[in-house]
Ligand binder design. Sequence first.
Ligand SMILES: *[C@@H]1O[C@H](CO)[C@@H](O)[C@H](O)[C@H]1NC(C)=O
Ligand SMILES: *[C@@H]1O[C@H](CO)[C@@H](O)[C@H](O)[C@H]1NC(C)=O
Ligand SMILES: *[C@@H]1O[C@H](CO)[C@@H](O)[C@H](O)[C@H]1NC(C)=O
Ligand SMILES: *[C@@H]1O[C@H](CO)[C@@H](O)[C@H](O)[C@H]1NC(C)=O
Length: 289
Amino acid sequence: MESIFRIAKSMAAIGITVAALALGGLYTYQSSIIYPSSMNGARAHVSTPDEYGMEYEAVKLTTPDGETLECFSLKQDITNNYTNKTILILSPNAGNIGYALPIVQLLYARFRYNVFIYSYRGYGNSTGTPSEKGLKIDADCVMEYLKSDKQYSSSKIVLYGRSLGGAVAIYIAEKYGDLVSGIILENTFLSIPKTVPHVFPLLKYFTLFVNQIWDSESLVPRINENIPVMLMSARQDEIVPPSHMDEIYKKLPSEIKIKWKYEQSTHNDTVVQDEYWERVEEFVNEKVN
Ligand SMILES: *[C@@H]1O[C@H](CO)[C@@H](O)[C@H](O)[C@H]1NC(C)=O
Ligand SMILES: *[C@@H]1O[C@H](CO)[C@@H](O)[C@H](O)[C@H]1NC(C)=O
Ligand SMILES: *[C@@H]1O[C@H](CO)[C@@H](O)[C@H](O)[C@H]1NC(C)=O
Ligand SMILES: *[C@@H]1O[C@H](CO)[C@@H](O)[C@H](O)[C@H]1NC(C)=O
């Protein structure tokens, strides 16, 4: 009841018309705010691993509802000091998979893991429009593919999700626990409605109108306790409050869970912080077994 009074008060303050416009706009345009896949020309050009000197297979997957997903598959030579580990990269919400190629290069060329990365629907060269429902169908489709592939399915699969990708990783880990051997989460959130007020303080009374939820908070406690998890948390994150990462850490039932705090880091510069990649390599080599 108290919150209803507060809503009423704030509506009166800013004016019913403005509020209605804001609500309508929020409801209609939230997808392009939450999934800014076209920002800065990210759908016009997608760089490919060969530009970084890596051989790869361009895989196209068709989802059950008819979208085509663009994927880069980078497999190691199994006869040469093979690590037998695969990193499945789940991308953040801006840019395209080409932006992640420096990361792919570290994971593939330096640490010698297999790497699989794909564009969500409506991103990069994948068809369609992004939505929570659609991105979950895409994740299912990718997991079915990895399961059907001999080299991937016999390797230890580690999910690496940054920001929105963390929500996709949590969805996959909860649903496909027996196919997942490790999880790395960076600056991800408890849910979209709990993140909105932090990014757009004016919208804090209107989170009921958010239709993209990504309810990681409810899924995290159901992740198999045998899956080791490492959290990378930027303490100056201006988009996702770092307290969300702390809550996720608390709710994780994992026997092995590690949280690294990057005190000077903001939302998207965590990958360039000191020790970040040493910690990734150590986690995958020593905790994922
Ligand atoms: C084999 O891989 C391990 C782990 O990545 C690495 O430490 C080692 O140097 C590699 N050995 C050779 C001969 O490449
Ligand atoms: C992406 O799509 C564009 C235009 O449809 C095409 O020219 C380009 O080759 C595609 N890139 C990849 C990596 O498939
Ligand atoms: C990878 O590990 C699995 C067991 O986890 C094993 O069955 C498989 O043979 C290994 N693959 C290679 C190429 O060594
Ligand atoms: C972070 O995002 C900003 C703005 O979107 C961009 O200019 C910058 O290059 C990004 N930094 C990293 C490390 O990705």
